[in-house]
Design a binder for this molecule. Structure first.
Ligand SMILES: *[C@@H]1O[C@H](CO)[C@@H](O)[C@H](O)[C@H]1NC(C)=O
Length: 194
C-alpha cells in the first residue's frame, strides 16, 4: 500500500521553495522595488544599424612630435618586447595618406603581451571629430599580432552615434618603416549600433 506523505510535512517544503524563489523574482522582473527598470526598444527612438567603414591609423613613433610614446621600459630584454607599453594619440584619416581628411584620433595604449611572438594588447578609444560622428567614440580591445596579414579585434562598445556598439575590426598593415617604427594601418570596422 502506497504511503502518502503527511500534509503537515509536505507543506513547509513547498512553502520554503516558493519563498526562496519569490525574493528572487522581483529583481529579475525589474518591477517596483528594484532600481533596474526595463524599457521598450522603441524608447531609444532609433533602430539598430549595421555599419562598415574603413579608416587609416597613423602611429608615429619617431620624429619631433610622436603620437606613440613608451610608458615603461621592460625590466628584462625580450625579442618580443614583452612588457613594453606605448600610450597613443594616433591620427585617424579617411585615406592612407596622412594629408587625407582627419576624422578622429585613436587614444589609448598598446602593450606587448606575449613572450612567444609579437602580440599586442590594444586598448583604444576611437574618438571621432567629423560631421555627425563628432564627439562619438568606439572602443576597441583586442589582440594584435602585428606581423599577421589580418588581425581581428573586438569592438566592445561606443558612445553617441555608436551607442551599444558591438562588432569587430580587421587591421591590415598598409606601410611600416622598419627604421623608424612608424606605421600606417588600415582598420575596417563592422559594427552594430543604435
Ligand atoms: C566637433 O565638436 C566640437 C565640440 O562641440 C567643435 O568645437 C568642433 O568644431 C566640431 N568639429 C567639427 C569638424 O565639426
Amino acid at each position: 500500500m502506497a504511503r502518502l506523505l503527511p500534509i503537515p510535512l509536505a507543506r513547509p517544503t513547498i512553502i520554503s521553495v516558493l519563498l526562496f524563489f519569490s525574493f528572487l523574482l522581483p529583481s529579475f522582473a525589474g518591477k517596483s522595488g528594484s532600481f533596474v527598470r526595463s524599457i521598450p526598444h522603441e524608447d531609444l527612438g532609433i533602430k539598430e544599424k549595421l555599419s562598415t567603414f574603413r579608416l587609416y591609423w597613423h602611429d608615429f613613433v619617431s620624429g619631433r612630435n610622436p603620437t606613440s610614446v613608451p610608458v615603461t621600459k621592460p625590466r628584462i630584454k625580450s625579442t618580443t618586447l614583452f612588457g613594453m607599453v606605448n600610450m597613443i594619440d594616433d591620427p585617424i584619416t579617411e585615406g592612407p595618406e596622412f594629408s587625407s581628411k582627419l576624422v578622429g584620433r585613436a587614444q589609448g595604449f598598446y602593450a606587448s603581451a606575449s613572450q612567444e611572438q609579437i602580440a599586442l594588447l590594444m586598448a583604444m578609444n576611437f574618438a571621432f571629430m567629423e560631421g555627425k560622428y563628432n564627439g562619438s567614440t568606439i572602443t576597441v580591445l583586442g589582440r594584435n599580432t602585428v606581423f599577421s596579414k589580418v588581425r581581428e579585434m573586438p569592438v566592445i562598445g561606443g558612445t553617441g552615434a555608436f551607442r551599444f556598439a558591438r562588432g569587430y575590426v580587421e587591421a591590415r598593415t598598409h606601410s611600416l618603416d622598419v627604421n623608424t617604427g612608424d606605421a600606417i594601418v588600415q582598420y575596417t570596422f563592422y559594427v552594430k549600433h543604435y
